[in-house]
Ligand binder design. Sequence first.
Ligand code: GP9
Ligand code: MN
Length: 631
Amino acid sequence: MHNNNIKNNPLFVLGSILFGIKTYIIYRFLFDIELDNFMQELILLINPFVSSFLFFSLSVWYKKHSQQMKFIRYSSLIGTIILYINLVFYRSFTDFITIPQLFQLDNMGDLGSSIFSLIRLYDLILIVDVVVIWYLSGKKQHTMSVDYSKRKKRMTLALSLLLLIGNFILAEIERPQLFTRAFDREYLVKNIGLFNYHIYDLALNTKVKTQRVFADDNQLTEIKEYVNNKQSDVQSELFGLAKGKNLIFISAESLQNFVINNKVNGKEITPFLNSLVEDEDTFYFNNFYHQAMQGKTSDSEFLAENSLYPLPRGAAFFTHSQNEYNALPEILKEKANYSSAVFHANNKSFWNRDEMYKSLGYDRYYGEQAFQITEENSIGWGLKDKPFFEQSIKYLQSKSQPFYTKFITLTNHFPYELNEEDRSIEPYDSNSQTLNNYFPTVRYTDEAIEQFFAQLKDAGLYENSIIVIMGDHYGISENHNKAMSQYLGKDQITPYDHVQLQRVPLFIHVPGSGKGEVISRVAGQIDIKPTLLSLMGIKNERDIYFGNNLFINDRKGFVALRNGDFISENYLYTEGVCYDRQSGETIVDKNDLDNETENPCGPIQEKILKELSYSDEIVYGDLFRYANFMK
Ligand code: GP9
Ligand code: MN
């Protein structure tokens, strides 16, 4: 039985150290976590050991040595899996997984070829500690397990909790109100570690779930008041410009604004879209920001059609598809008898679209099954954009008019694969394959849209339609900043530049209108719904939404990004710094902000936080079930 071996090397301690080192390596070198000062470095260094000790030391409560070993073994394995899933996810989204996203894992499966591009050979070193722990737990059970007295067990637990509290205190000093503000997952992870973050996230998720249960209609009254104060019902001169016309909306995958009127290897990237910039029937917005969050494309759809903000975590398409909404397709149907459909050659349940589209009021969703997809006509995520548009025309012709149809392109999706024969321009040359390959696929989509215009003309649908083209969200993440700065000819991509890179193009093409112009005022995806409704000549006074009609002068004048950053006509705010929007000069930095300093970003920031939380209240509380918009 228990002999009195001297057990000065318990596996739970050694295991904590090994697992801690591995975790630290991941935090410090594989995630791109920004560290501003020594304190942050220190917290990041100690946290992995605190967390792993907290967990591994629980093993001492098992009496049986074999169970102690088993516990340590599986802890190291499961812990590693959690770390690795986060790492792969991070490489794609520069973000950490949230609980709602775990329920979207079938989405991840669809990443297909992109998953492989996220896995590296050197990832194998991340299982070294697991192998060592498994080996020792088998071979050295006698010398590396412990027989602690009750007192010693309690002391071990107390020690681990003390370490955790110490970690939290340091975190709170470094980042006051870390838990209450929690806008930014990176802050959480760098201060309390990935595992504690997941526990926190779980708690938050439970809270959100209970919110609907406790929501009531009084909340809506307050929100209505806010919305009415902010929005004037001034009709624009362009009200009804496209009345009764078909509305064709193209959501252009990962299309960022920096490619417009720009060149790569001396060649134009988007000749067709560039021609629209000049076109007399097209409004082009060159300061239009995407506002999507974790829900990517689906968030941009959510923003555009509801004029509500996406959620700070998860995708509303997933978590709140059963809510009551008052979305664009539904309003167009109720008020002007439009039929509606979405075209997207991807699996129907991706982003839970099949469910959500019903709630948004769509009549029909032409998903993957509606298209003829073969080896030859697909690449990357599926059907290429050119055959996609081509095959859609017949469906479009069969629609009852007027219709509202949305087309979601796919070819220009990470990792930007394209066959040689589809390449009209050559890739860029930098250390980022992602950025290099981005240009040819962008060009491919540009050509696909050009062809689509021609096909609409051939089908006799063009004259009586308005066509909107909007980039859904960024395509080049900050992981490629180095290559991006090379392309843009800058020393580096600053936080200011990063926000400016969140601009995506917006084109509104009204054939025969002759009113086109380039519009530079600050705008965002949240503005799409009121803008289009006004162009379609639909009054929508009782609605609740947060955007602005882009064709009126009396507007809010700011665009809130979902992480709390914002862009106003004069300022741009990100990472605690208030910049002059035009020049990019710093006006106020969080580090030298004291009571004396005037911070012009402050008041806007307050408004934004209020607005974001109102929007969240609506979604979390499913508040529109209490509203009556149609009367
Ligand atoms: C998938 C397509 C791409 O159907 O919309 O989604 P994304 O990854 O961009 O959110
Ligand atoms: Mn997308």
